[in-house]
Each structure stands twice: as C-alpha cells, then as structure tokens.
Design a protein around this ligand. Structure first.
Ligand SMILES: NC(=O)c1ccc[n+]([C@@H]2O[C@H](COP(=O)([O-])OP(=O)(O)OC[C@H]3O[C@@H](n4cnc5c(N)ncnc54)[C@H](OP(=O)(O)O)[C@@H]3O)[C@@H](O)[C@H]2O)c1
Length: 214
C-alpha cells in the first residue's frame, strides 16, 4: 500500500484538527507532519506524527514542514482578528507555500480551505450571505481571493475547497459537493474533513474549487 506523506498546516483546532485526527487514525496509509506555532496547542494524541514548530508565514519553516510531502493540507485561519480588520495572512502564506512546493523535485498536491462566496462565486451564495461577505468579512474574503489567485498559478496539482459557514456538529457523512450554485449555507468541520480526505486520496477535484455544504 502507498503511504501518503501528508503535511497539515492549521491543525491545532477547527477543520485542520479534524483532518489531522482522521489521518492519524490510518497510520498504515498516512504519515502525518504538522506545522504549528506551538506544540502545546495540540490537545490530542499525535503519536506517530512529526511535529514541526514554526510559522506558516515563514519560508524556512514551511519548506521544512513540506520537504517529504505528497500532499499539503492548509486549514489556516487568521486568529485574533475583528470583523472589519484588514488581513493578508492567507495571501502571503499561499505565496510562501507555493514557492516552497515548486522548489521540490516532485511538487506535492496542495489542498487549501478557502470559503464559499470567494471571488466570482459571490453570486452563487444566498443573498444574506452575499451581504455579509461584502461588508463584515469583506477583508477576509479578499484575503482568500488573493490566496486562490496565487494557488491558481501553482505548477503542481491543487484544490481550493470552498466550505459554507463552518459548524461543530457531529459528522453526518451526508453533504453536497459541486462547482455550480448549491443553495446551501453551512457545513460541519467533521464532514468537511471527510471531504478533504477524499481529495487526499483521489484526483477528482484537482484544479477545481468545489463548494461543500449540507
Ligand atoms: N468560520 C466560518 O464559518 C468559515 C467559513 C468558510 C471558511 N472558513 C475558513 O476556513 C478555515 C479554517 O477555519 P477553522 O475555523 O476550521 O479553523 P481556525 O479556528 O481558524 O484555525 C486556524 C488555524 O490556523 C493556525 N494558524 C493561524 N495563523 C498561523 C500561523 N501564522 N502559523 C501557523 N499556524 C497558524 C491556528 O493555529 P494557532 O492555534 O497557533 O492559532 C489554527 O490551527 C479558515 O481559513 C476560515 O477563514 C471559515
């Protein structure tokens, strides 16, 4: 069986943690590397994984974390920000990661968590959500658009997953995925992680920006 070397960035909580937990449950399939700012923030059993302490904005740290990777999963999110605040974490990080990945002899597949309504897809989300995306979280959406633009120029394979509003409910295994308007609102982080694992093992969504909603 092929072992996938998977690096997860943003695994201390939220979606990235759910992804890491699933990968760690299948040690015969995956070797997991986690890049995090502090290992003390990993509040789950990471036995069998490689932990790299560093910052996702730092070129050297990211290069170290992905040096053996077949797949890199980015569930990075700007922390401690207020609703209208200007942020460029994801745009800058995408440039750092893509640059690092293109330096490798075999560029890994990059899977990014973006958001439903990013860029041109703003017209495909429910009207009330459009208003929120254009006002309260406009700067965060612009940051995600910058990330997607940089990822689109990557020479290797990539997927930009566009989830609806994230919730913390139980895993259902029942959700919709597609590029066309899906008229949905939300998705649980556990179900989103389930879809991301499908992207790790299959190439159906390579080069695409699938929306994931209930
Ligand atoms: N909330 C929503 O409804 C919604 C909807 C669609 C898309 N999204 C997007 O989905 C993504 C995941 O969101 P989430 O809520 O599941 O996770 P989250 O709680 O935003 O987690 C963010 C992760 O990124 C890490 N991180 C932040 N800055 C870092 C840095 N400079 N270096 C290394 N790690 C860093 C955090 O680590 P620390 O523990 O060190 O802070 C944490 O592990 C985000 O991009 C979010 O914007 C959210």
């Amino acid at each position: 069986m092929t072992i996938f070397n998977v690096t997860v960035i943003g695994a201390t909580r939220g979606t990235g943690k759910e992804v890491a937990l699933r990968l760690l449950q299948a040690p015969t399939k995956f070797h997991v590397t986690i890049l995090c700012r502090s290992a003390t923030r990993l509040d789950y059993d990471t036995a069998g994984s490689t932990i790299i302490t560093g910052d996702a904005s730092n070129q050297h740290d990211v290069e170290t974390a992905i040096q053996n990777a077949n797949v890199v999963i980015s569930a990075l999110g700007a922390t401690n920000t207020t609703p209208f605040q200007k942020v460029d974490l994801l745009t800058h990080y995408a440039d750092v990661l893509v640059t690092a990945a293109e330096r490798l002899p075999v560029p890994p597949r990059l899977i990014f968590v973006s958001a439903m309504g990013t860029g041109e897809s703003i017209w495909t989300v429910p009207l009330l959500l459009q208003v929120v995306c254009r006002t309260v979280i406009a700067n965060k959406m612009e940051d995600k658009f910058g990330m997607e633009e940089r990822v689109g120029k990557y020479k290797g394979e990539w997927v930009c997953v566009r989830p609806g509003m994230l919730t913390d409910g139980e895993e259902t295994g029942i959700y919709r995925v597609g590029e066309a308007p899906l008229n949905g609102w939300s998705i649980g982080r556990k179900d989103l992680a389930d879809f991301i694992l499908k992207c790790v093992e299959g190439d159906e969504w390579d080069g695409k920006k699938p929306v994931v909603v209930y």
